[in-house]
Structure formats: structure tokens, C-alpha cells
Write a protein that binds this ligand. Structure first.
Ligand SMILES: Nc1nc2c(ncn2[C@@H]2O[C@H](COP(=O)(O)OP(=O)(O)OP(=O)(O)O)[C@@H](O)[C@H]2O)c(=O)[nH]1
Ligand SMILES: [Mg+2]
Length: 625
């Protein structure tokens, strides 16, 4: 029966890594399955031992293509083993039926367990060397060892690479494993963990590795992290087949233009330019392996393995002095050189002196606060529980305000619950508190200045800055401006000219209502030749009463010295419109209004400023449209 997924799966061949003790028959089984010898070095052939990673591929009976990364079992080459399995989540685990469980069976299993697997097949190799009873003993032992790990319940298939017996069953089990495995995620940031660099005459530099996160295309600009080397993709191949596009979850050879072979090495990471932030300090959760014999402490020196890279690492445990077998703790890791990791990435920790795998871990924060702080356990527990897609939201929630570009760099995603304000994301909580604080500041302003329409921009900026400082956030100019715009756009504040007020605020004249009524009446009675501001104040009227009458619309400020009722201004406008057809002269306008030049001129200028009339030499015309 053909698998409906096989057609597309063949185009996106999945990668499977081998694992298991030295000499247990990993490479022989790959050779049997694929017809390709993964041991390509002379020294490997001479010594009958895998030293470095080997690669092979084959089309399974279903039509599905599969690529293998064959790793060395010898403990001296465990760093190479880690580079091979680092980015791969499907495994062919090998145990020789004649020798049974061995130290590197245990260490490789511990490594796979901490990295996490999405599918596994266990091959019980060299079945031609044992009888039925011995085979069953080996099978039971393997089952027991795997039971408490991520490989629990994986199918165990007896096989002989020498006779070929069982090879078909291994292939069928691999087929089922791939069919059942989750599809590689394609909507994240592409990352290729480079495991080989070479040059081909005429083509230039080639890097190979397992691609995760997203696709790469011929012509793409890329960056090699953490060195920052820039290059362009000249060609792509999977299993020696040229492609326009390579997809996540496959092994890819990338032909680069612009990068020299000497610039690159295993452990480098090919990424999109400026898509990641490489860092050397991380917060993580560590878990001691079950066979751990020496506790993990802050004093030890360790090596971190992630992707195909390794780094010296110092650790600082949070809240505990040490971690024993199977114990967990949050911790801070400081690496010898930066690396582009993201929350959710798994890694392996080995003790440098004892050369043992001691822990696995998961990256929680790639840009942690300089001090963990008292909230660290809660903050990190939330990150540990979170789906990858939630990390962007958590980043904003923890910090309150983060530049949008920074969120992308740290998490590869946009938050889904945050509030976008200019170039920033604000947590919903911070946004709510900003609104509360700024509202409170304006309320007190209005209470203290009931006759004023509002406050100036400087006051508003201070109110926003203070609210940010109260939450230990830097009040950068662009954030403050963006927040003010947002407060206006969302109808919390209203702006007229250079004045800002609470949208709900109305100038309240309170007990001075009568005083202002009197003022307006005085002016209305004297129109069309009302007293000037200087004359009004000389007669005992208060300047703030005049301002309040203007800001509440009871008077119109025609010029700095002249205020009038809106009725007179409206009448002036009607007259101007009447005269408009023949051109408006000052004298005609003055006569119709029954006033003097002293008032007619400022009134016409006021109409000019409002866009009703337009001055042309000695006359004015109506501005149309
Ligand atoms: N009789 C028998 N011998 C086998 C079988 N598979 C492998 N061998 C032999 O076991 C030895 C080791 O096999 P490899 O395939 O190199 O083992 P490996 O696991 O790749 O070893 P490393 O890569 O060094 O860890 C070789 O001499 C093989 O010929 C098998 O099924 N039956
Ligand atoms: Mg081998």
C-alpha cells in the first residue's frame, strides 16, 4: 500500500541519526540499508571505527526518502556524536545482541533523552551471533533501559547486517516512525547547524547540515553566526539533488558565494541576516542525567552542546547548591562565545574534566535580566510551560515594553496579546496602568486648574515618563511620543493645538459662572465695537475669566487684543460671503458690519486664517472648495 504522505515526504526527506555503543554495528547497518558506506575517511576504514559523522540516504519501500547521519560510538568522539544528533529528533538506536547494554549505550540514551526525540527505532544488531534465548535477554534488557526515557516503547527490531536478515523489518519500522512523527515546523526562522565545510573546485565553499525552522532558497542572503560572515546562496542540494528551495527537517548542502572555507567551521550556524540575536548568557532549566555520579555545582566546568556546536560553559544554579541524578533546577549559563539559540532549544551539558554527560537542559530566556530577581522561579516556570508561540507574549509581559524589532530578534515571532504602540509592544497590563497613571495625573491637573482647558505637551510627556519610571522602564523619547499618540488615538486624551486634556474634561467655571456671564454680556452689549482686552482688564475683569470664556466657546479670540461673541463673528462671515462675488473691500465690510477699521481688519484677518477669505492686494475674495 502506498502511503498518501509519501509523495510529499519524498520531496522532503527526513533525517535520522544513529546512536549506540562503539562497534555495535551502526555503520554496517547503514551500509546494508542504503548501499552507501558512511565511513568515508581512510582512517575509519583502516581502523574499522567511525570517527566523524557519516552521511547516507535511501528511498524506503513506501517511496519515502530518508537521510542518515551516522555517528561514532567511541567515547573519545562523543563531541562528533553530539554534533550529529544535536539538530535531529529521529533516531535509529543500535544495541548489539551479543554484547548487550554498554556504557555508551547508556550515555547516548541519556543524550537522546535530554534532547528529546520525535521518533525512534531500536535495532538489535548482530543477531546472527546469538541464539534465540540470548536475543530475548538482550531485547528485555533494552526494553527496561529505555522504559524511563523518551525512547520508551520504541519498536525493537532484531537484525543482522552480515546476513541481511531483518534489514527489511528495520526499513519498515523506520517508515512507520517517519509517518507517525510530527511534521517539522516550517514557519519559524531557518537555522542550519553546520556540520561540514569543504570547497569544490569551480563551485567554491559548501556547508552541510540539518536545516530546521524554515526553508532556504537559492539567491537568499545569509549570515553565518556567530561570526557575522555574510554570503549568498548560490546552490542547494539534498542528497546530491539540486533544489531551488530546501525545506526544514532535511539535510542540506549549501553552496555559498562570498564566504571562504577558512571563515567557517562545524558548529557555525547559517541564518537569515539580522534574524537572530546571538548571546552568551542564557537562563535554562537543567536536569541531571539518571546515571549522574558527581553532583553538578557552580564550581564545575562544563561544555554545552547545542545544534552542531560546543561551548565552554559556567553555570549558576538558582536556589540550590547542587543537582543530583534526575534532579532539576533553573540556572544561568555563561558561554565562552555567543550562539544563536532561542527559548525551547534543547542542549547537553558534559563535565569537562570527567568527560561525562551530566545534564540536559532547555533554553528558557536568551536575554535574561542582569539579576534573576525574586520573581525568577515564577518567570522561568511560566516559560518552561509555554508553547514556543507564547514566548513572544511572555517576553512582552515580563518587560512591560519592548521594541518590536527586539521581540522578533529574541523570539522570531510577534506577540499576539500585546498592545502595539509605535515601534513598541506594551503588555496589556502596562498599557492599562499607563492609562490609569496618566488619567490620574491629568485629573489632578484639571482639579488644580479648573479654568484651563488643558495642559501643555511638556506636562503630558512628564506624566507618561513618570508612569514608565515608576515601573523601572526607560522613558525613551520615541516611546513617550508613541504613548501620547496612542492615548490621543484611543480617546483617553484630547488634543487641541498644543493643549492636551482628558477627553472627558470640560472647563468647569463653577462659582465664577456669573462673573463670566457678566463679561460676555458686557462685550455683547458693546458690539459691534466691543472693549479690547486691555480695556476689559482695566475695568476689573480677570484675564483667566476671558481665557475661560474663550476656551469654552463663549467668546472668540479674533486677535490677541480683541475678543467677540461668536454671534458677531458669524455675522461677519455672512457679510463676507454676501460681498464675496464683487470682492470684499475693508470699507464695504466695515460699513455693512457697522464697525470701525480697528475691528474690521482683525476680523478679516481672522476669516483669512480660517480659510474663508483670501487676500488679493486691496480686496479679498472667497476661498472656494
Ligand atoms: N556478525 C556480525 N558482525 C557485524 C554485524 N554488524 C556489524 N558487524 C561487525 O561489527 C564491527 C563493527 O561494526 P560497525 O558497523 O563499524 O560498528 P559501529 O557501531 O559503526 O562502530 P562505531 O562507529 O565505531 O561506533 C565490524 O567488524 C562489523 O563487521 C552483524 O550484524 N553481524
Ligand atoms: Mg560506525
Amino acid at each position: 500500500m502506498s502511503d498518501p504522505a509519501a509523495g510529499t515526504a519524498a520531496a522532503h526527506p527526513r533525517v535520522v541519526a544513529t546512536a549506540g555503543h562503539v562497534d555495535h554495528g551502526k555503520s554496517s547497518l547503514i551500509l546494508r540499508l542504503t548501499g552507501m558506506d558512511p565511513d568515508r575517511l581512510d582512517e575509519e576504514k583502516r581502523r574499522g571505527l567511525t570517527i566523524d559523522l557519516g552521511f547516507a540516504w535511501v528511498t524506503l519501500p513506501s517511496g519515502r526518502e530518508i537521510g542518515f547521519v551516522d555517528v561514532p560510538g567511541h567515547e573519545r568522539f562523543v563531541a562528533n556524536m553530539l554534533a550529529g544528533v544535536g539538530p535531529v529528533r529521529l533516531v535509529l538506536f543500535v544495541v548489539a545482541a551479543d554484547e548487550g547494554w554498554k556504557p555508551q549505550s547508556e550515555e547516548h540514551l541519556a543524550i537522546l533523552d535530554v534532547l528529546g526525540v520525535e521518533g525512534a527505532v531500536v535495532a538489535l544488531t548482530k543477531r546472527d551471533l546469538v541464539d534465540h534465548d540470548a536475543l530475548e535477554i538482550a531485547r528485555t534488557e533494552a526494553e527496561e533501559r529505555l522504559a524511563p526515557t523518551a525512547l520508551a516503547g520504541a519498536p525493537i527490531v532484531p537484525v543482522s547486517a552480515t546476513s541481511g536478515d531483518g534489514v527489511e523489518q528495520v526499513a519498515a519500522a523506520l517508515d512507520r516512525m517517519i509517518a507517525a512523527a510530527p511534521a517539522p515546523s516550517e514557519d519559524e526562522r531557518p537555522r542550519q547547524f553546520i556540520d561540514r565545510v569543504f570547497s569544490i573546485r569551480g563551485a567554491g565553499t559548501v556547508v552541510t547540515g540539518t536545516l530546521t525552522g524554515g526553508a532556504l532558497r537559492v539567491g537568499d542572503d545569509v549570515e553565518i553566526a556567530p561570526r557575522g560572515v555574510r554570503a549568498r546562496i548560490r546552490g542547494l542540494q539534498t542528497h546530491k539533488r539540486s533544489l531551488e528551495e530546501a525545506s526544514a527537517g532535511t539535510r542540506v548542502a549549501v553552496n555559498l558565494s562570498g564566504a571562504e572555507r577558512a571563515d567557517l567551521q562545524r558548529g557555525d550556524v547559517l541564518i537569515r541576516p539580522r534574524a537572530w540575536r546571538s548571546s552568551s548568557t542564557f537562563e535554562v532549566e537543567l536536569r541531571g542525567v539518571r546515571s549522574l555520579r558527581h553532583a553538578i555545582t557552580d564550581r564545575g566546568s562544563y561544555k554545552l552542546y547545542a545544534g552542531s556546536a560546543e561551548r565552554d560553559a559556567r553555570i549558576r544554579l538558582y536556589g540550590v547548591a547542587e543537582i543530583g541524578a534526575n534532579q532539576r533546577s533553573f540556572a544561568r549559563l555563561r558561554l565562552s562565545a555567543p550562539f544563536p539559540l532561542e527559548a525551547g532549544d534543547r542542549f547537553v551539558l558534559r563535565d569537562t574534566g570527567r568527560r561525562e554527560t551530566v545534564a540536559g537542559g532547555v533554553v528558557l530566556d536568551v536575554a535574561p535580566p542582569s539579576r534573576p530577581g525574586r520573581a525568577a522561579p515564577e518567570r522561568l516556570a511560566a516559560r518552561l510551560d509555554a508553547d514556543r508561540s507564547r514566548i513572544a507574549d511572555l517576553t512582552v509581559e515580563e518587560r512591560g515594553a519592548v521594541r518590536a524589532s527586539q521581540v522578533l530578534l529574541l523570539t522570531g515571532r510577534e506577540p499576539s496579546h500585546a498592545h502595539r504602540v509605535g515601534d513598541w509592544f506594551l503588555s496589556e497590563e502596562l498599557h492599562r496602568r499607563m492609562v490609569e497613571d496618566v488619567t490620574a495625573a491629568f485629573s489632578s491637573f484639571h482639579a488644580a486648574n479648573p479654568m484651563r482647558e488643558g495642559a501643555d505637551v511638556a506636562f503630558a510627556r512628564t506624566a507618561v515618563s513618570d508612569a514608565l519610571h515608576r515601573r523601572s522602564l526607560a522613558a525613551t523619547d520615541d516611546l513617550v511620543d508613541a504613548l501620547l499618540e496612542d492615548l490621543v488615538a484611543t480617546g483617553v486624551l484630547a488634543r487641541s493645538g498644543g493643549t492636551l486634556r482628558l477627553a472627558s474634561h470640560r472647563v468647569s467655571l463653577g462659582e465664577r459662572e456669573e462673573e463670566i456671564e457678566r463679561l460676555v454680556r458686557t462685550i455683547a452689549d458693546a458690539e459691534p465695537t466691543p472693549p479690547t482686552v486691555a480695556e476689559l482688564t482695566a475695568a476689573g475683569n480677570k484675564r483667566d475669566a476671558i481665557d475661560a470664556a474663550v476656551s469654552t466657546g463663549r467668546l472668540v479670540r479674533v486677535s490677541p487684543e480683541i475678543v467677540m461673541t461668536p454671534e458677531l463673528v458669524a455675522k461677519a462671515e455672512r457679510i463676507a460671503r454676501d460681498l464675496g462675488a464683487d470682492g470684499i473691500t475693508v470699507s464695504a465690510f466695515r460699513e455693512r458690519l457697522g464697525t470701525s477699521r480697528k475691528f474690521a481688519l482683525p476680523l478679516l484677518e481672522h476669516l483669512d486664517a480660517r480659510g474663508i477669505t483670501l487676500r488679493r492686494g486691496d480686496v479679498r475674495v472667497l476661498r472656494t472648495g
